[in-house]
Design a protein around this ligand. Structure first.
Ligand code: PMP
Length: 404
């Protein structure tokens, strides 16, 4: 276990494809993919491509082994039993699965608690459930420095609350949730906790059973894996008690024209031919992540965040939207330049070979709360280095000179 930065960066073909340098700081939207993941997908496609869980011929068995092997890699990364890992299309698909399947166990008047800083994918499925099933939806407010305000828990978490669904790490501010505090408060009223781990999973292995939560979701493409694959983890007894979301092949016990029984989890929640190649890629991405020394990676990433915060601190009219320091935050930094629209900042930065995201970040309620059109966001990965931050700061200085 070690952290050789240039060796690590060299593993990412797209970062070295040239001609000019690519300062990729849009990892919160989609991270890049190392050669090991590309190799694993290619090996599946060229040596084991067939349908899983269906045939008895040797390729079908190889495909089933590849798919189930990927599930085992994900389970190792999350420190969970393998049967508690459900593959879904992504984070959004996984939350919709919970909203339908766990949601089917809720009654009118039950409450779900989210927050004002959630990604739309952790708001809209609950609004749809509210409109379908008559549940009520509450939202925790956000503090001035872009954290979920847990001081509001005593007011908003009630005996009627059945689920607390929050971002583990904000995709806008980088703020990390105080999970033990939320888990303890939820447990005290008998509510379940779902964490949206889209922005946390790309930063190293997790011990989900120790977190004290009930559901965890994330997307493969933000965690150095392929598109079209994501994960839902839930405790076995919860999955067992949930009806399926989608119906079709593979998720059944027995089908007659009159009625159908369900397969046990996780297959109950994986109707149809699964995304086998993407799952294999995600398994390889989890394996790749697990091979890194994350305490070294985290101190590298956070030193870059500090460099960015310091650099922006010297730009007149620049403002950080989110925590000012490094405590309980991940390497996602949103900022504003007085008098310059975030889209124009991002466009200028592109001219400097710097990829960042600008806009509302699928968090319109948060933007509304702070009366913002949007922010410019840099989000980091282990392959970033000081040259990426310095290129961004150079582009920001240029934007200030030319756009104000
Ligand atoms: N939650 C958070 C916190 C996110 O950052 C994102 C992606 N921006 C999502 C959910 C949705 O992920 P996906 O689009 O991969 O389903």
């Amino acid at each position: 276990m070690s952290f050789d930065h240039s060796g690590l960066r060299a593993q990412f073909p797209i970062l070295n494809a040239g001609p000019g340098p690519l300062h990729y700081l849009d990892n919160g939207a989609s991270a890049q993919t190392p050669q090991a993941v590309l190799d694993a997908v290619l090996a599946y496609e060229t040596t084991a491509r067939a349908n899983a869980h269906r045939g008895v011929h040797r390729l079908a068995e190889a495909a089933t082994d590849a798919y189930e092997g990927a599930r085992a890699e994900v389970a190792r990364f999350l420190n969970t039993p393998v049967d508690e890992i459900v593959f879904a299309g992504g984070c959004t698909a996984a939350i919709n699965l919970v909203a339908h399947s766990f949601g089917a166990t809720l009654k009118p008047g039950d409450r779900v608690l989210v927050s004002e800083l959630e990604h739309h994918s952790n708001i809209v499925p609950w609004q749809m459930l509210r409109d379908r099933a008559g549940i009520e939806l509450d939202a925790l407010p956000v503090t001035e420095d872009g954290r979920i305000d847990l001081g509001a828990l005593p007011r908003l978490l009630t005996e009627r609350t059945k689920l607390v669904a929050l971002a583990h790490v904000s995709n806008v501010t980088g703020a990390a949730l105080d999970v033990p505090e939320v888990a303890a408060a939820a447990r005290a009223v008998g509510a379940r906790v779902l964490l949206d781990g889209a922005q946390r999973a790309p930063h190293g292995p997790l011990d989900l059973p120790a977190l004290g939560v009930d559901f965890y979701v994330f997307s493969g493409h933000k965690a150095y894996g392929p598109n079209g694959i994501g994960v839902l983890w839930a405790r076995a007894e919860l999955l067992e008690a949930m009806p399926p979301f989608l119906g079709g092949g593979s998720m059944i016990g027995r089908v007659t024209l009159a009625r159908t029984t369900w397969a046990p989890p996780p297959r109950r929640f994986e109707a149809g031919t699964p995304p086998i190649g993407p799952a294999v890629g995600l398994g390889a991405a989890c394996h790749w992540m697990a091979s890194l020394d994350w305490s070294a990676v985290a101190s590298h990433e956070m030193s870059l965040v500090q460099r960015l915060l310091d650099g922006l601190g010297e730009v007149p009219g620049a403002r950080i939207f989110g925590p000012a320091g490094l405590q309980r935050r991940y390497p996602v930094v949103s900022f504003l330049l007085d008098g310059v629209h975030p889209h124009d900042v991002a466009q200028t930065l592109d001219g400097f070979g710097v990829a960042v995201r600008a806009g509302h970040h699928c968090a319109q309620p948060l933007m509304e709360r702070f009366d913002l059109d949007g922010t410019t966001r840099a989000s980091l990965a282990p392959y970033n280095d000081a040259s990426d931050i310095d290129a961004l700061l150079k582009g920001v200085a240029h934007a200030v000179r030319t756009l104000r």
